[in-house]
Design a protein around this ligand. Structure first.
Ligand code: ADP
Ligand code: MG
Length: 242
């Protein structure tokens, strides 16, 4: 298997009396898509917040290319090449699509022209060229999701963390984002947190299942679909996770 870029080793995080993450370990390798699923409140977003330095783990270690990143600021971690989207997409509504991406790209470029060219390349990748000069607040849900991806791409990540990017999308729109994620995979490793099982099973090389802050299973999509522990964690709670 390709080199592990990101390694989470026995990480735990407590919020007051709540053990949000308990002794979770997994790796992300070069060029793969890792899916993370689990019922609401399982700790999926918290894992992203821990990787990206928004919260600090209580115990364990998180290494990126073999170096500990725990304790670095979110900005420093982003600069190292770990980008994320937020569960609630939050592009700047008062800026154009173009400028939303330009902001992320500027620090990476030597000249404004280089940055502008970079924005155009990203707009093409996310199919948002026709909306380049629309304001963030005037976009449809699907367009906002694409912009959110574009903003993450602007930081030129080696690992992209996607937190429930499918929420609020119709099945056909989901398929479009799935295609986009597959395209991005050619250039980076991706960790996808998703509530919608179908999506995770379709795009992931490997799937991690969280329940109550613990990893209860890890395997290929087929292995996970047939895992009794996973079935009971999901089906035991009902809901519309299928
Ligand atoms: P998921 O993304 O899997 O739905 P989260 O990671 O958002 O779950 O949350 C896991 C648990 O941690 C939940 O019980 C949630 O209420 C709690 N939690 C998350 N962030 C905080 C926080 N900043 N303070 C207190 N509790 C939190
Ligand atoms: Mg979440």
């Amino acid at each position: 298997m390709a080199e592990a870029i990101l390694q989470l080793k026995n990480i735990s995080k407590r919020f007051g009396g709540l053990q949000a993450i308990k002794d979770v370990s997994f790796d992300v390798h070069e060029g793969e898509i890792v899916g993370v699923i689990g019922p609401n409140g399982a700790g999926k977003s918290t894992i992203f917040n821990l990787i990206t330095g928004y919260y600090r783990i209580d115990t364990g270690s998180i290494t990126y290319y073999g170096k500990e990143i725990v304790g670095l600021t979110p900005d420093a971690i982003c600069k190292l090449g770990i980008a994320r989207t937020f569960q609630i997409a939050r592009p700047f509504g008062g800026l154009t699509v173009f400028d939303n991406i330009l902001i992320g790209l500027l620090p990476k470029c030597k000249t404004i022209n280089e940055a502008r060219k970079g924005v155009l390349a990203i707009l093409e990748r996310i199919n948002l060229e026709p909306k380049a000069f629309s304001f963030g607040k005037d976009l449809t849900t699907l367009e906002r999701k694409r912009l959110e991806l574009g903003r993450a791409l602007a930081t030129r990540p080696k690992i992209l963390l996607l937190d429930e990017v499918m929420t609020g999308l119709k099945p056909k729109e989901m398929d479009e984002i799935i295609e986009l994620i597959r395209e991005l995979k050619k250039h980076m490793s991706i960790v996808v947190v998703e509530h919608v099982m179908r999506v995770i099973m379709k795009i992931s090389d490997r799937v991690i299942v969280l329940d109550h802050g613990q990893k209860i299973a890890e395997g290929t999509p087929v292995e996970i679909t047939n895992n009794p522990k996973v079935i009971s964690a999901y089906l035991g709670r009902g809901g519309n996770n299928a």
